[in-house]
Ligand binder design. Structure first.
Ligand code: AMP
Length: 376
């Protein structure tokens, strides 16, 4: 089956076309037929027209959509009908920076390709197994049960994909392992996966909590935010922008949201860039330590995302003080130039780099939904 995978953002529409089938999934021989992006999107239907122009009218059998927030309603990928569309819309209040754009893509694609099945694959779904003590904030009970103020977690498609790849390399099931997966890209999160189930992750109610990211602050005391609003008279909308777009690597370093630029500047001795890199690595290391404690150890630590896949230096700095918990990087394999899945530390906790392939997982889930095959 040929599956068009759409990832609609605020101003871009990324697309992949994958050929997949149950037997191709079984031997990992799914084929990437096409890939591209439309930038500066103002009208999703026009963007889809240009996608099909780029695809030279290649026929597809189904469409898989990446949806950031599925709340606690969508615990797995689902076929989209009007009710699901309304459900995604209702969740826009929880993810105002993402769901409205994802939904615009869904609406345009359903109008443009009305005869095809459309499937929603959620970034939150993998984390529906979080135990209550991991997803509850310390707020009054009714905020959790009535207002839905809780931790949801994101990047689930990526954490799920890399954990599955790791198990596949060992010829075993994900359910056999305790894994810590670090998705370090423009957005960053760490996930504790205990015997195949996400039991904790660093992003929370929104994709803002946790690690320092390209432009997002990560963990900040809520009291500091209230201070800015109540005593510095900053408008809530400005604080939202501050936390999401002006903070993180960019805000601390004053250089860029791109780790390559920040690392280069730090090498010149620049104080702010040096601090940004150290804060970034320190937080990842802290979460790894926390998740070792949460799972009573781990079999492997896996790096993915633009930084996790490409920066040997960041991986080395993250792992630098983790020897006492069994994490030892092998210098030669860490710095080897490779785009493949690879082991970079032997143990007792294996360390791996697994390039993420979220679109492949979306394509496979789309197929499974259509054929009603249980999700692995
Ligand atoms: P992603 O969001 O997963 O596409 O990751 C994008 C980010 O990866 C970029 O903004 C860079 O910060 C980072 N990145 C990509 N290549 C490298 C590299 N060789 N070294 C350090 N960071 C990198």
């Amino acid at each position: 089956m040929k599956i068009l995978v759409l990832n609609s953002g605020s101003s871009s529409l990324k697309f992949d076309v994958w050929e997949t089938s149950p037997s191709m999934i079984a031997d990992s021989s799914d084929l990437l037929l096409a890939q591209g992006a439309v930038e500066r999107v103002t009208n999703m239907e026009d963007a889809l027209t240009s996608v099909f122009r780029k695809l030279h009218q290649m026929p597809v059998d189904a469409v898989g959509h990446r949806i950031v927030h599925g709340g606690d309603r969508y615990q797995t990928s689902v076929l989209i009908d009007d009710q699901v569309e309304a459900g995604i819309n209702a969740l826009s209040v929880l993810a105002p920076l993402h769901n409205p754009h994802n939904l615009a893509g869904v609406r345009a694609a359903r109008r443009y390709l009305p005869g095809l099945p459309h499937v929603a694959v959620f970034d939150t779904a993998f984390h529906h197994t979080l135990p209550m003590h991991a997803y509850a904030y310390g707020l009054p009970w009714s905020y959790l049960t009535e207002k839905g103020i809780r931790r949801y977690g994101f990047h689930g498609i990526s954490h799920r994909y890399v954990s599955w790849r790791f198990a596949e390399h060992h010829g075993r099931k994900r359910a056999d392992y305790k894994l810590i997966t670090c998705h370090l890209g423009n957005g960053c999160s760490v996930c504790a996966i205990e015997y195949g189930k996400s039991i904790d992750t660093s992003m929370g109610f929104t994709p803002l909590e946790g690690l320092l990211m390209g432009t997002r602050a990560g963990d900040v005391d809520a009291g500091a935010i209230l201070h800015l609003i109540m005593h510095e008279q900053q408008a809530p909308a400005d604080v939202l922008k501050l936390l999401n777009s002006q903070s993180g690597l960019r805000g601390l370093s004053g250089v860029s949201n791109d780790m390559r630029d920040v690392l280069a500047k730090a090498k010149t001795g620049d104080e702010r860039a040096t601090l940004a890199v150290e804060t970034f690595c320190y937080r990842v290391r802290k979460y790894i330590g926390a998740y070792m404690a949460a799972m009573d150890g781990a079999d492997a630590l896996i790096f993915t995302g633009g930084i996790g896949e490409n920066s040997a230096e960041i991986r080395a700095r993250v792992c630098e003080k983790l020897g006492h918990i069994g994490i030892h990087l092998d210098k030669a394999s860490n710095t080897a130039n490779s785009r493949e899945d690879r082991q970079i530390g032997k143990g007792p906790v294996e360390v791996w780099v697994v390039p993420t392939e979220e679109e492949l997982l979306i394509a496979r889930d789309t197929l499974r939904c259509i054929l009603k095959i249980p999700h692995e």
